[in-house]
Design a protein around this ligand. Structure first.
Ligand code: NAP
Length: 309
């Protein structure tokens, strides 16, 4: 009897199916190694390839993938809004966010999803935390913040505060997300809607004092010498602090929150992992090998930082 190997092996041949990652730039993406590791582990004859597609070529690339019979795609900056516009049908969270990061092509039709929103919820769940009934403070009003705010509202948070340097941008985000929620089918709408507010950093102290969950969705922390736009001593010690940034693994926010006595501080690697795992499930309609994907993400990172496991 042939020995059963723990993992399948995939040979690229004339039947290999394609999953594309479209972004611009895209060469720093962590997705190809961990998606291909999952495909290989499950013996699926498919390959995940990244393509740098300039903004004015997105529509052609999208049509090209349909013509090639690709299974699906991931879409990253700056194409998520264009992908939303291009997909024929979109899931409720994608319609609220107005952005798509995962596409499934089936019989010439395109279905769009936003698994960033799923990723943050799953990352919290892994820590035993949920948006439901929580008081949530989100720092930032860009694409990542939009997905997080939408998920917090859809999941039944009690209160959502958006803090942004440019307050008008956060006001636009909140207005659009709430308007889009109200356009959803009744069974997809939040019950009840949370208390929502938008503030600048001048007013952040009171919001932080009552936060169950604080999430950084700004780019502050990408550089190790970045300074926080507020005093981390204002964060309540019971607050769960999540930074969507995963490189560096210990951001300024996580370091200072820990110093101020916060017991639970987690970086964005799990959001990245779970958005990818959910995308895998959408493409293949089967559970993703999450632990293997996690190891494929962590090990190259530890090698780059010179640490041992
Ligand atoms: N873990 C994951 O899976 C995952 C997924 C997506 C994104 N992310 C992370 O999320 C972060 C945001 O990404 P994005 O795509 O949403 O970016 P984005 O659309 O460019 O938004 C950047 C946000 O950061 C704020 N900001 C920038 N510099 C600031 C400063 N010096 N002080 C205060 N606020 C500042 C901006 O405020 P203004 O509006 O005032 O300019 C804006 O709200 C990035 O760090 C990214 O790495 C993680």
């Amino acid at each position: 009897m042939a020995q059963q190997l723990p993992y399948g092996r995939v040979t690229v041949d004339s039947e290999t199916q394609l999953i594309a990652l479209l972004g611009y730039p895209v060469k720093h993406s962590a997705s190809p190694p961990f998606q291909n590791a999952a495909l290989e582990a499950l013996g699926i004859n498919a390959i995940y390839l990244a393509f740098a597609v300039p903004p004015d070529s997105f529509v052609q690339a999208f049509a090209g993938l349909i013509a090639l019979g690709a299974i699906g795609a991931n879409v990253t900056v700056p194409h998520k809004e264009a992908a939303f516009a291009a997909c024929e049908e979109c899931s409720p969270e994608a319609r609220v966010i107005e952005a798509v990061n995962t596409i499934r092509f089936r019989e010439g039709r395109s279905f769009g999803y936003n698994t960033d929103a799923w990723g943050i919820a799953a990352a919290l769940k892994e820590e035993g935390i949920a948006f439901r009934k929580a008081s949530v403070v989100v720092l930032g009003a860009g694409g990542a913040a939009r997905a997080i705010v939408a998920q917090a509202i859809l999941d039944g948070a009690a209160a959502v505060t958006i803090v942004n340097r440019t307050v008008e941008r956060a006001e636009r985000l909140l207005t659009q997300v709430l308007e889009n929620c109200r356009k959803l089918e009744p069974h997809n709408q939040p019950h009840p809607y949370p208390r929502c507010q938008v503030i600048g950093y001048d007013d952040v102290r009171a919001a932080l004092a009552g936060a169950d969950i604080l999430i950084n969705a700004t780019s502050v922390g990408l550089k190790e010498d970045d300074h926080l736009p507020f005093d981390a001593g204002w964060i309540h010690q019971q607050t769960f602090v999540y930074d969507t940034i995963y490189n560096p693994p210990q951001t300024r926010l996580l370091i200072e929150a820990k110093k101020s006595g916060c017991a639970k501080t987690v970086n964005g690697l799990t959001m990245l992992l779970y958005q990818g795992a959910k995308a895998f499930e959408i493409w293949f309609n089967r559970p993703a090998p999450v632990e293997l994907m996690r190891n494929s993400l962590i090990q190259p990172r530890l090698m780059r930082t010179g640490k041992r496991r």
